[in-house]
Design a protein around this ligand. Structure first.
Ligand SMILES: Nc1ncnc2c1ncn2[C@@H]1O[C@H](COP(=O)(O)OP(=O)(O)OP(=O)(O)O)[C@@H](O)[C@H]1O
Length: 228
């Protein structure tokens, strides 16, 4: 079953810039894939259409049968609860502890404090930050902050996780750790879509790769093709 489907999606910004042109693809439940392409190819725009910070100009984006072009008002926030998002710049709350940052999406969902504490602890363990729960984000390294951002995105066990250049400013060892973490998510039912311009990293992962060029989807490479 597809968790996400783009049908002939185009995005033109008000400036007139065509960021995406007639892009079509589907992501299956439990699939991990990359979207790559040069700077300006449309990667971030594609992710923005999924977490609704932008709307398609033409075509349809379906998330689990939800037509995202038609989601308005308070339903936007509800949709965002179903999609985990990892940003390049973490966007952590500086005056809250690591545990509070990770627990925030659960608090917004109205979970009991005891359940929140249990799930936050388990998720921090998973990203290797069990010992840093009480620290403030500013007391962590860039890689640790990135892992807090990932923990916050996966704590709700979303059907889909999207990540925009998640290893952008990390060293190769940390990048590999974060990729290993992403790779483990499909086993738990979360599909993972990662935008990255790091071709070496993308090739190493041997996953499906969507290639964008000036807003067009010019290639959709299967893991088997990459292995050849
Ligand atoms: N808010 C905006 N208003 C106008 N044009 C935009 C806007 N955001 C992006 N663009 C343009 O749309 C095109 C695609 O941009 P996008 O950020 O999606 O590319 P990208 O592949 O993510 O690039 P990068 O790797 O540099 O982040 C570019 O030409 C960009 O200049």
């Amino acid at each position: 079953m597809s968790v996400l489907r783009f049908d002939n999606v185009s995005k033109q910004y008000p400036s007139g810039q065509n960021a995406l042109s007639e892009v079509s693809f589907a992501v299956e439940a439990g699939e991990m894939l990359f979207v790559t392409g040069h700077s300006g190819a449309g990667k971030s725009t594609l992710l923005k259409l999924i977490h609704l910070s932008e709307r398609p100009s033409r075509g349809t984006v379906l998330f689990a049968e939800r037509n995202l072009g038609k989601v308005r008002g308070s339903r936007v926030a509800l949709h965002r609860r179903d999609v985990g998002v990892v940003f390049q710049d973490h966007r952590l709350l500086g005056d809250r502890s690591v545990a509070d940052n990770v627990g925030l999406p659960l608090l917004l969902r109205g979970l009991r404090r005891s359940d929140i504490a249990r799930r936050v602890t388990a998720t921090l363990e998973k990203v290797g930050l069990g010992a840093r729960a009480r620290a403030l984000p500013s007391q962590l390294s860039a890689g640790e902050q990135q892992r807090v951002g990932i923990a916050r995105a996966i704590v709700v066990e979303p059907a889909l996780l999207v990540a925009d250049e998640p290893t952008g400013n990390l060293d190769p060892t940390l990048s590999a750790e974060i990729m290993a973490l992403f790779e483990s998510l499909p086993e738990r039912g979360t599909s993972v879509l990662v935008a990255s311009h790091d071709l070496a990293l993308v090739k190493r992962m041997k996953k499906r790769v969507l290639v964008l060029d000036q807003g067009r989807l010019v290639d959709d490479i299967s893991p088997l093709e990459l292995a050849e």
